[in-house]
Design a protein around this ligand. Structure first.
Ligand code: UD1
Length: 323
């Protein structure tokens, strides 16, 4: 298959590209390198530096002809999206409209889209299934919800089939150690823990230890990025084969607390991880985890590497290299 991976130099995009290459697909990466890095580009793929706001650049790459595209180009910091909604609406929403229009123009048959658990908002129940109401509580989540809506319309009106993958907390690094690009100025829990363990940051701020959870800290569903990558390829194959669009959660179906992550990081790194308990972060629910039953039934997908030890071990291996 000939696949265009938009945002393929980023953290998740590089893992998805790697999985496609492993399955012998022909991969072209289109990325503006705003948060992606050249370190994440593989020898076997074609790389085109370009921006999704540049419709000519998008048209020019799509003229090459692709069976499908995977769209992972987005800003994802929920906190920042509440301060700079313009940045998120232009890049995430307008950029996606450009991609959809170009895909239709060039008769691309299917699109796989990185959606998010952030589209659900405050959980009304756990585990969260795909029928859970979607009421995002941050602008980032709202942009993802809007794009899901656009894809439904383009499917109905233009026959562009899609797979919308609602990721929970993406974590870990390639289980074979082939991806080593680090995220710049991370805000998510695991990269922050790693920066503390590797001495780049002084301490980890724990956003609240008085939640109604087993140890008082927030519980999330961490899904290994290799598992995510495998799901993209399965979803793409499914949509192309059945010609039916799909929307599924991708999570590990288990909740892990902040404290449990820190303990695992201490064990695997052998380093001290100084912490400070600070106030809760606005918009953070106590507990959030998925059921990925639908992905398992529809695609035959199952998370394999999403246990705490595999997530921490594969991540520490990469951070250790950068010490
Ligand atoms: C966040 C976003 C979500 C986005 C996802 C991936 C919010 C509210 N949610 O998920 O929309 O899809 O990232 O980018 O921003 N924590 C600490 N100290 C830290 C960092 C995190 O205690 O320095 C805690 C948080 O309170 C939370 C857990 O760790 O309980 C996970 O946080 P994080 O990694 O930021 O992910 P989410 O907030 O779940």
């Amino acid at each position: 298959m000939k696949v265009l991976v938009i945002g393929g130099a980023g953290y998740i995009g590089s893992h998805v590209s790697r999985e496609l290459l492993d399955k012998n697909h022909d991969v072209t990466v289109f990325d503006n390198l705003s948060s992606g890095t050249r370190e994440n580009i593989f020898r076997e793929e074609t790389f085109i530096q370009g921006d999704i706001l540049d419709t000519d650049a998008l048209d020019s790459v799509m003229t090459q002809g692709f069976d499908a595209l995977i769209h992972l180009a987005a800003f994802k910091a929920a906190g920042e999206s509440m301060i700079k909604p313009e940045k998120y609406s232009v890049n995430n929403i307008s950029g996606s409209i450009n991609i959809l229009n170009s895909a239709v123009k060039h008769a691309i048959k299917a699109i796989v889209f990185s959606s998010s658990a952030a589209t659900y908002g405050e959980p009304q129940y756990n585990p969260i299934d795909e029928n859970h109401p979607q009421n995002p509580i941050n602008f980032y989540g709202y942009t993802k919800l809007q794009i899901e809506g656009l894809m439904r319309w383009y499917d109905q009106l233009k026959g562009l089939k899609y797979a919308s993958l609602r990721y929970f907390n993406a974590a870990g690094y390639d289980v074979k150690g082939r991806i080593t690009g680090l995220e710049e100025k991370p805000e998510n829990l695991i990269p922050v823990i790693m920066e503390v363990a590797s001495g780049k940051r002084e301490k980890l701020k724990i956003f609240g230890d008085d939640y109604d959870t087993r140890d008082g800290t927030g519980i999330r569903d961490y899904i290994h990025v290799t598992d995510l990558a495998v799901a993209h390829v399965m979803a793409l194959e499914h949509v192309l084969k059945t010609r039916e669009s799909l929307t599924v959660n991708l999570g590990s179906d288990q909740g892990i607390s902040v404290m449990e992550m820190i303990d695992a990081a201490k064990t695997h790194s052998g380093k001290e991880i100084p912490v400070e308990i600070v106030a809760r972060r606005p918009g953070d629910p106590a507990t959030l985890y998925a059921t990925s039953k639908k992905a398992s039934e529809l695609l035959g997908w199952k998370a394999k590497y999403s246990d705490v030890d595999s997530i921490i071990k594969t991540t520490w291996k990469v951070y250790k290299k950068h010490l």
